[in-house]
Design a protein around this ligand. Sequence first.
Ligand code: UDP
Ligand code: MG
Length: 139
Amino acid sequence: MNRTLLIIKPDAVKRNLIGNILKQILDAGFKMLGMKMVWLTREQGGKFYEIHKGKDFYDWLTNFISSGPIVVCCLKHPEGPKKLREVVGATDPKNAAQGTVRNLYGTSVGENVVHASAPDEDPEREIKFFFDEKEMFEY
Ligand code: UDP
Ligand code: MG
């Protein structure tokens, strides 16, 4: 599948970075199939990130992702999730390659402005967490 999920996290929404981040990603050749703003409950945040349950940052992460509205996007690209991870950069902004989204805007390993599905962690599950098929469009 060449679909993947992008989340613009609460830190980036609060800092008014939605436009900058989307421009950078769309300019890299992604097509927007679906997009919405949502504010997760703590329980929903914990469910989305359940793969991290038991890790030392899990409680912090579930609080963070539910601390304000987020923008979720289903994106399509011939190289799908792998390509989005490249554009987004490494988890810790300190390690993110020059010019990547996290390099430009991330402020810490936690507050790293975006989520991008990992190719080996079921991007389709993450897309379906937020979107019904009828909320996404091929055009
Ligand atoms: N995270 C954190 N501390 C860490 C590792 C991760 O706060 O030591 C947060 C960070 O927001 C990250 C998210 O947890 O984006 C999910 O972690 P993962 O290792 O899956 O990184 P990602 O896939 O987002 O690059
Ligand atoms: Mg991950």
